[in-house]
Design a protein around this ligand. Sequence first.
Ligand code: NDP
Ligand code: 8X3
Length: 251
Amino acid sequence: MAKLALITGASSGIGEATARKLAALGYDLVLTARRADRLERLAEELRTAHNVEVQTLIFDVRDEAACEEYLAQIPADRTIDVLVNNAGLAAGLEHIDVGSTEDWNAMIDTNIKGLLYVTRIVSRRMVAAQRGHIVNLGSIAGTQPYENGAVYCASKHAVHAISQSMRSDLVAHGIKVSEVRPGMVETEFSVVRFHGDEERAKGVYKGVTPLTGSDIAEVIGWIVSQPAHVNIDDVLITPQQQANAYLTVRK
Ligand code: NDP
Ligand code: 8X3
């Protein structure tokens, strides 16, 4: 039987590209997100192109009861080999004194609590199987906090800490944990951050050749393809023009 990978936030960007990559590697997939139409289109494309099984689960990772209800629909006789905790967002880019608490709650509830809810449920199955691999989408912002990004950076610092603790919690159960920490990747990320302002979002990548979702998916494909005895703990990946969170050379 094919291996099974569960990818959260597969309706766009890095999650969608990872679904394409893992399908090409022969994985059956469980894809989650809130936008059903996009997920169904992608699922149909991957079934046809790669002859893999694709289950779609439409729910909000911020809703703990929904996480329990929908993830329970993954057939109990299937081992979940890979979990890619990708669903996440930045909302707003402002100094702390004028930040929106609605934005802050969205980031904390999605990037931290949503990741925890999903991980708790899926890791129980991995512990029972005594195998599995969890790949968390952290960020360069998870170790390099920048002006205007207090809460997004804090949420990704949390993902960095959780990834390292989780590695210790799960090592004795034969489960791998990896964190992928990108710099600038052009996806819907900045459009979401700027609440739909596409012009402002384009400005983020002006004069830069940013990473693409596929660049990150290639890294994730490589991480999950390592031999059983190899764990890739932490990968920081940036565009050539981005030295760190504070220095990007634009042409
Ligand atoms: P996108 O906005 O393109 O994709 C985000 C995905 O997350 C979408 O599929 C979205 O689906 C899903 N999602 C968001 N909120 C929820 C929610 N509450 N419940 C379920 N699904 C949700 O952004 P990226 O692909 O760039 O981002 C993916 C991850 O990568 C995020 O964790 C982000 O922080 C991280 N990252 C991104 C970087 C970048 O520069 N782009 C750099 C470093 C890290 P839907 O809206 O349909 O629910
Ligand atoms: C997303 C990239 O530069 O906003 O994590 O930190 S950045």
